[in-house]
Write a protein that binds this ligand. Structure first.
Ligand code: NAP
Length: 257
């Protein structure tokens, strides 16, 4: 078997760890190349876009890929859609590994919105908000650029390129974070509201616990819905089972066939 892991997440790195050393399964992890100094998974890695659906089809054929695992971030929907189209065209089976949504959200403090475009209205609706902590990544920050009233603390891995609000403090950092560290950050900067995507996972969940402890409201951007056409699992173990099944092995080994 030759497996393409579409990565860029902690789960994709865990999957690479789980597959390393299995003789029956060769794999290559793919990263978009967005982050300057990415955390690399074990094993073979390729970096950069494929060139849309056509390019991905070409890659699957020339590399002899026999299974695709989409372990990208729940908000990275373009690559997921491209992978669905390319695997449908080439007849390669595909599985989505999608980490569960967060359950740490305190209902009384959580305000859900559908997209970044709705965040500013939600901040305005909260009333006297002086400082906003944005942890939504470096894309789409331009929607806040015209807000001259509030202070913004923007935490990102790499510096954003587009316009930012005039009163912005940029913090370059990468998880995992601790609850204690997040509490300190929010207290030090006098944060009144936290803005986050519903990314799920443990790497960045500490901010939700810290916000709940400090009674800071959280604006949560809902996840895009999963595709109805692609099977989806939530754990690395389920992916390994699926691959074992494809490879003709059961999880108990070849003797169980
Ligand atoms: P996206 O909007 O879904 O994809 C945009 C384009 O980037 C794709 O069309 C593809 O280019 C390329 N691409 C994306 N993921 C790729 C991968 N794993 N390998 C090769 N090419 C890839 O993606 P995004 O939201 O910008 O996210 C980019 C990467 O960052 C993803 O791998 C994702 O797992 C990771 N990430 C995203 C977020 C987030 O909030 N979106 C957060 C943490 C990590 P071509 O069309 O040229 O193939």
């Amino acid at each position: 078997m030759r497996v393409l892991i579409l990565g860029g997440t902690a789960e994709a790195r865990e999957l690479a760890e789980a597959l390393a050393g299995r003789a029956a399964i060769k794999f290559v992890s793919s990263l978009a190349g967005r982050v300057r100094d990415p955390r690399l998974p074990v094993g073979q890695v390729r970096i950069g876009g494929f060139g849309g659906v056509e390019g991905l089809c070409r890659y699957l054929r020339t590399e002899g890929i026999t299974a695709v695992v989409d372990a990208t971030h729940p908000f990275a929907r373009t690559i997921t859609g491209n992978a669905e189209s390319a695997t449908a065209r080439t007849g390669v089976p595909m599985l989505e590994l999608r980490r569960p949504a967060w359950t740490h959200l305190s209902p009384s403090l959580c305000h859900r919105v559908r997209s970044m475009d709705d965040v500013l209205a939600a901040v305005n609706a909260l009333g006297a908000i002086g400082t906003v902590l944005l942890t939504t990544g470096r894309r789409d920050l331009a929607v806040f650029a015209g807000d001259t009233r509030r202070r913004y603390v923007v935490r990102v891995v790499d510096p954003p390129r587009g316009p930012l609000p005039p009163r912005t403090r940029l913090i370059l950092a990468r998880g995992p974070y601790t609850v204690e560290g997040e509490r300190k950050l929010m207290t030090r900067h006098g944060v009144d509201v936290l803005v986050t995507k519903d990314s799920g996972g443990d790497m960045t969940a500490a901010k939700l616990v810290a916000a709940a402890q400090l009674r800071i409201p959280v604006i949560v951007i809902d996840r895009p819905p999963p595709s109805p056409d692609t099977p989806c699992v939530t754990s690395v173990a389920e992916v390994v089972d699926w691959l074992d099944g494809l490879a003709g092995f059961s999880a108990r080994g070849p003797s169980a066939r």
